[in-house]
Ligand binder design. Sequence first.
Ligand SMILES: *Cc1c(COP(=O)(O)O)cnc(C)c1O
Length: 949
Amino acid sequence: MNTNFLANRHIGINDKDIQEMLKKIGVSSVDELIEKTIPENILLKEPLNLPPAMSEYEYSNHIVELAKKNKIYKTYIGQGWYNTITPAVIQRNVFENPVWYTSYTPYQGEVSQGRLEALMNFQTAISDLTGLPLANCSLLDEATAGAEAMTMMYNLRSRGKKKAKANVLFVDNSVFPETKAVIKTRGIPQGMEIVHGDYKTFEFTDQIFGAIVQYPNNEGSVEDYRVFVEKAHANETLVAVAADILSLALLTPPGEWGADIAFGSSQRLGIPMFYGGPSAGYFATRAEYKRNIPGRIIGWSKDAYGKLCYRMALQTREQHIKRERATSNICTAQALLATMSGFYAVYHGAEGIKEIANRIHQHAITVSEGVKVLGYEQLNEYFFDTLYIKLPSCISLEQFREVALKKEINFRYHDTGEVGISIDETTTDADVQSILCVFGSVAEQELTVKKEEKGCALPKELIRKSDFLTHEVFKKYHTETEMMRYIKRLDRQDISLAHSMISLGSCTMKLNAAAEVIPMTRPEFMGIHPLAPKYQAAGSLEMIENLGNLLQVITGFDGISLQPNSGAAGEYAGLRTIRAYLESIKQGHRSKVIIPASAHGTNPASAVQAGYDIVLVDSDEGGNVCMDDFRKKVEENKDDLAALMITYPSTHGIFEKDIVEICDLIHKAGGQVYMDGANMNAQVGLTNPGYIGADVCHLNLHKTFAIPHGGGGPGVGPICCAKHLVPFLPGHAYLGDNTNEVSSAPYGSVGVMPVTYGYIRMMGEAGLKRATQAAIINANYLAACFNDTYGVVYRGFKGFVGHEMILECRKIHEETGISENDIAKRLMDFGYHAPTLSFPVYGTLMIEPTESESKAELDNFVEVMDTIWKEIHEVKEGKYTLEDNVLVNSPHPEYEMVSDEWNHKYSRAKACYPIESVRNNKFWINVARIDNTLGDRTLLTTRYETFED
Ligand SMILES: *Cc1c(COP(=O)(O)O)cnc(C)c1O
């Protein structure tokens, strides 16, 4: 084995393992297995044309070389991104800690208490700062949060009769341009109209359902919206406010002057700019809108013995359950970044954050006064951190920009000719002096600033008086030792890939190799503003270009957009691209999207957001698209058919053999084929969407392409497409044309892209292909091992599964009363995170081992599942009752295991150390099974709240 190559470390099984596993599976070679799994007519005939694999060492040098091509200038552009200081204790113990970055979305609350608490801290901080009681635990970015606000207000318009048909959204002129652009992309296909204007003079009509303003606004001015909000409410119109989260430490929060929604970016709370992302969008609203708020919410609940604990609340609102009636299509959000911002609030506390905000404000005042002395006009009467400066007529913007660039300083240059300056957490006295030097040198004057407290440039009526971050969690951890231990205390409560296999069907929890993630923290990648002049981002742009090319080769397509920040955002972007294409060929009337019944909930939710009606197609007995029903639906809808959304291999883990015919039928009916690429881990190197005949697909780089899952984000959901769709991919002002913009940043979350780039460069064609084969071998090995116990629900045309399988648990439930949920919870006693529960088939578990797991780990998992099988049979045979057995009582918390009382018919050892291997690697859980109904009935979403007894 060549010890230098990632494939040999990334793939869990070696040749000897493979031979043994193939025997168990019942085939004689890997090729035979693949030929019996994937239809022959879609197998690639030639290897993918990718560059040769780099060793870990070579990649490390290569990525540093790229990073060094970025030039980090002093940047005061603002417009939604600001330099920050990520506290080193958070960078090292959270961002660089696999327990935090490799964990899964906290659906299994009992093994996720640490990240649930961290996200609860985030929600509490957002709620406090905005003055609104209900915050979610992140959205994708500021602009999409704005679009979610629009949709929520639109869905709420029929509260009063007056507005039942209203379809116009008012957006103030001074909202960030990227927010306006994304709102336009989202609103129009759903039948909304958007009007821009000046909030001061705007007249409400019955057509207006909602309004969006920015605080402080696009130019940096702090406006007083109180009269406007009153007018809006008198008109039964809701108001959403895009607010700079840090400014709210000094400014009266939107919730206190009547706003119904506050949204924005929490990047300022300690997250690097990363040339655009990732960082967490935030969203807060009134408690009465708890069923309408988009995204995930963390809430309190109690466990089976009454102990307080956290869980994800109100999941029934989400797309998994509600599908086309969901409040939004959000699935993956920005959990890791929200976690970090929550810790930033914990580490600094109210005093620290006020100090930071005030320091920024004082510097801004110094600059404002300085430029005035130098003869410039600073147009913002009231401001927090951002100045809006008019140049004297004798100075051109070009001239000014040239001087600034010579001094390696970026300002914002407004289209209307003004210079914008946003001061941030990193700005020093010396920086203030250099800023004034630029203005002085252009004006041919000199000015030295004196250091003194300058007072206040906020309107008196809008100075914040209320307290925030008053919970003790924001007061206790201000030293590094305490903070480090707090983070550790939380991470000990969570199962992540650092502990054991997380075999989440459809979510591909594979290795996130250290060599891939280390380059994320290069300062040259972290410190660059997404709107910085392109030549300063040469290294990032080269990486983006290379990565785009590699992903096009892998998918067999001709174009790519890296803008979407999640798979669901990719689905939306793909459908928007299809819509724009159809409009261009005068087929814009096509309004229907066919979706198989087994599809992931984001598919129908995204289709609705893209303005489409859904036609469902049944599955046949084998779990495949029912071809008769499919042909019928295509024929019935052929005049209106816009697209098919199909996951391949299917969400049942099967390579349907009719996929080529399915694509052909759609094309013959004038539709486009959208392939949901969440299961690309079964395709890479063996087949691809382009070769199969699709027109566009998204990829989940946080599944197949090694970006860590982050406990529910960051995600990257690029879309790749065929030539005819390329002109209609999402644009951005930075790229010269902002039509169809779907995210705040031109290239989405560039900060995590070195991971995928490294994965592909280090695996190479052969490594990627081997990984796909290994994923299929591992899944089929498990399927063979479970064949005589649980059994597998669906198999492909020759009896094999793809890269995942659905484990039958419904019969067990019928026969014994033990449910798939009991099995999921019992796995925790063995130190395992549950597989995917009841998706896509209710009452089952879906297991995806991925290629990264070793045979030893798979064998251990099989031993565990076999032990659970025996435990189920002990109940069936009456050895234990259905009311008192190790399954229904699981997980067994530590506090119960060590208590003096023990009230079960089985022994402590049976509960706690059911097999030998657990003794050496016990994962101690400290909450018993969580009560889901209680947590939804009494929704409590901040640290201050508790249940009334
Ligand atoms: C994960 C997944 C999605 C959604 O992707 P996100 O990145 O979570 O938005 C869509 N479809 C399928 C089949 C998936 O597994």
